[in-house]
Design a binder for this molecule. Structure first.
Ligand code: ZN
Length: 245
């Protein structure tokens, strides 16, 4: 017997299936990432079909049968569709990059309430702060890496534990992490930051959202995160959504 369940989730992707249906991947609050079938979703009369769209936060009812790969969504309502995020090209790119990362890097059926709440919160912030998408995206990356188990320590030198806030400059080595100006001297350095830049890096990795404008640093950090992710995760190469900027 299938179970009837209700949850909330962020729609990551959708594709047409057979004559009129859709297969959608949703990052759900209670069951992690899952794939669903929405029958007759492409009919203009289908209410659920319109609601179950990428970057929508939805609440829905589904039939769960363990023996099936695809579970069936029977009813969906909209919680939030982040309208301003979708109207602003740059915000939309960063929103798309977030769902791309969730889609690529999360395992199926892994529940993580903290990550789910954090993702929704970041999308709300990008939605209500046009022009600050890059900053919130970098904040998301620090948080996401932490949740994936690749936390980046930005307070102390990875080797000698000296506070990085007083270092003349800071280096990054893929194996070790962030290093103070002394320790970085005899290590291979993959990325370097001036003291001034690193203060902003520390702000971006914290809960503080008054980190000031720094588009060049944001761009550098996004490149840095792509390299770091591909160093950590073999099948990861780049964030495709960002290539549209
Ligand atoms: Zn050190």
């Amino acid at each position: 017997m299938p179970e009837i369940l209700k949850t909330q989730g962020l729609v990551l992707s959708k594709l047409n299936f057979q004559e009129s249906s859709k297969i959608v991947r949703v990052y759900t609050k209670d069951f992690g990432k899952m794939s669903f079938l929405v029958k007759a979703a492409r009919s203009s009369k289908s209410k659920s079909g319109n609601i179950v769209d990428a970057l929508n936060n939805i609440e829905f009812i589904f039939y769960k049968k363990e023996s099936r790969d695809l579970q069936l969504i029977t009813e969906a309502t909209l919680v939030n569709f982040f309208p301003h995020l979708k109207e602003n090209y740059e915000s939309l790119i960063y929103g798309s990059a977030i769902i791309e990362l969730l889609d690529k890097l999360l395992h199926e059926n892994e529940t993580n309430f903290r990550l789910f709440r954090g993702v929704i919160r970041i999308l709300e912030l990008i939605n209500s702060n046009p022009g600050k998408g890059g900053m919130y995206f970098v904040k998301f990356l620090f948080f996401f890496l932490d949740e994936l188990g690749y936390r980046l320590e930005t307070e102390k030198c990875a080797l000698c534990s000296a506070p990085l806030s007083i270092s003349a400059n800071v280096g990054f080595n893929f194996e070790e992490g962030f290093l103070c100006s002394e320790c970085k001297k005899d290590r291979l350095i993959n990325f370097s930051f001036s003291a001034e830049q690193f203060k902003k890096v520390q702000c971006l990795s914290s809960r503080d959202s008054n980190c000031g404008e720094s588009p060049e640093l944001i761009e550098k950090l996004i490149g840095f995160f792509e390299k770091y992710l591909s160093y950590q995760i073999d099948e990861f190469k780049e964030i495709k959504s960002l290539k549209l900027i």
